[in-house]
Write a protein that binds this ligand. Structure first.
Ligand SMILES: *Cc1c(COP(=O)(O)O)cnc(C)c1O
Length: 389
């Protein structure tokens, strides 16, 4: 592993060349690897020898992708998964036992919420939620069974910011594992391990791939915790495919330049929308009007590519806005080169009651914009004409 600056690591952190002296890492699409003799095989299985055995355990392309994420996040080790949810599920499943308790931010990704409320209770693992606007209440939810403190920042879809330094201090004081989903920020913008996170999880499907092509997930952190997660995953099989790992590793080479432009476009659009008469509220971490602007400035290098706006006129206006969009995509993905708009109240969160939606910060007219890499004037004019319609 090399030790250059972020952008250089993302490019130069590459597998050893094969006998063909290729410049760019090839794809190792193979399910298994061969041994020289019985002794080689024995030593490999007892892990006296660290090498590739079977792609459910490890694969050269997966290893290269992981090495990059480990370096970017300032972690010791990691494991790569088929999806972000596989990473999140396997991390909890590997580390928790029956009777354990999680304290989590209330606004977390929908499927993570389902893990906590629908599946973990089957194994007697319970979760308490704290309100992201009342971090001072976090400690009141901690019990002797609490093992994990879990959060995302910025949050989805409300784009609220949680203070990582504060979370790190609380986790340390109560001897909890702090796990952060860093998907919205990417390690280019924010590195939770600096603030005391024990593990960082990602959906690599979003800005890491950044082009809406492949699914992937990753967890990185300290060696002993990753070892537990590795053993669980080696036996249960959620591993990332070599093809997707190859795609993702190439994507990381351009993460810094892509995220720079994503954030520049997003800030421009957010500033434009702040003065728009059809918009009652704009939330973007690097706008001074953001309630946690100071915390965002402290822990984030840039504001990210997600903007939340409140369209005047409630749920019907939100739907009308979506229907009037011409260029941007209506899609469930985010962090793509293509700008994407969604209206959570009538789509992803339509099954919740209005009160439940408000609890996680979803107002009737809330629209989430994932700002892409199109020319900013085209993005602004599409959003503007849809708002005025
Ligand atoms: C998309 C997403 C996930 C889940 O990732 P998949 O790759 O879709 O499984 C988890 N957390 C956040 C914050 C996400 O945006």
């Amino acid at each position: 592993m090399c030790d250059y600056n972020f952008e250089t690591d993302a490019i130069r952190n590459q597998l050893e060349r094969s006998q063909f002296q290729e410049h760019s890492t090839p794809m190792y699409v193979t399910s298994s690897f061969v041994f020289d003799d019985a002794e080689d095989m024995r030593a490999s299985f007892t892990e006296e020898k660290i090498r590739t055995i079977y792609s459910r355990y490890s694969n050269p392309n997966t290893t290269e992708f992981l090495q990059k994420v480990v370096a970017m996040e300032g972690a010791e080790d990691g494991f790569a998964f088929a999806t972000g949810m596989a990473a999140i599920y396997s991390t909890f499943a590997a580390l928790l036992e029956s009777g354990d308790h999680i304290v989590s931010a209330r606004s977390v990704f929908g499927s993570t919420h389902s893990l906590f409320t629908k599946y973990f209770p089957k194994w007697n693992i319970t979760t308490s939620y704290f309100d992201i606007n009342k971090p001072e209440e976090i400690e009141s939810f901690i019990t002797p069974s609490t093992k994990i403190l879990y959060a995302e920042t910025p949050t989805n879809p409300g784009v609220d910011i949680l203070d990582l330094e504060l979370l790190g201090k609380i986790a340390k004081k109560h001897n909890l594992l702090l796990i952060i989903d860093n998907c919205f920020a990417t390690p280019y913008i924010q590195q939770p391990i600096k603030y005391g996170a024990d593990l960082v999880v990602h959906s690599a499907t979003k800005l890491m791939d950044g082009q809406g092509r492949v699914l992937g997930g990753v967890v990185v952190g300290n060696t002993e915790l990753i070892r537990e997660i590795y053993l669980f995953s080696r036996n249960t099989g959620p591993a990332l495919s070599p093809f997707n790992a190859w795609v993702l590793s190439k994507s990381l080479e351009t993460l810094a330049v892509r995220v720079d432009r994503h954030c520049e476009n997003a800030l421009n659009l957010a500033e434009f929308l702040e003065g728009h008469e059809q918009v009652s509220k704009v939330k973007y971490p690097f706008l001074k009007s953001h309630p946690q602007y100071k915390i965002a400035k402290k822990q984030m290098k840039l504001g990210g590519n997600i903007i939340a706006i409140e369209v005047k006129g409630g749920i019907e206006s939100g739907r009308k806005f979506l229907n009037a969009i011409k260029m941007c995509s209506l899609s469930a993905n985010l962090g793509d080169t293509r700008s994407i708009v969604t209206h959570p109240a009538s789509t992803t969160h339509s099954k919740l009651s209005e009160e439940e939606r408000l609890n996680v910060g979803i107002t009737p007219g809330l629209v989430r914009i994932s700002v892409g890499l199109e020319n900013i004037s085209d993005i602004i004019s599409d959003i503007n004409q849809a708002l005025n319609n």
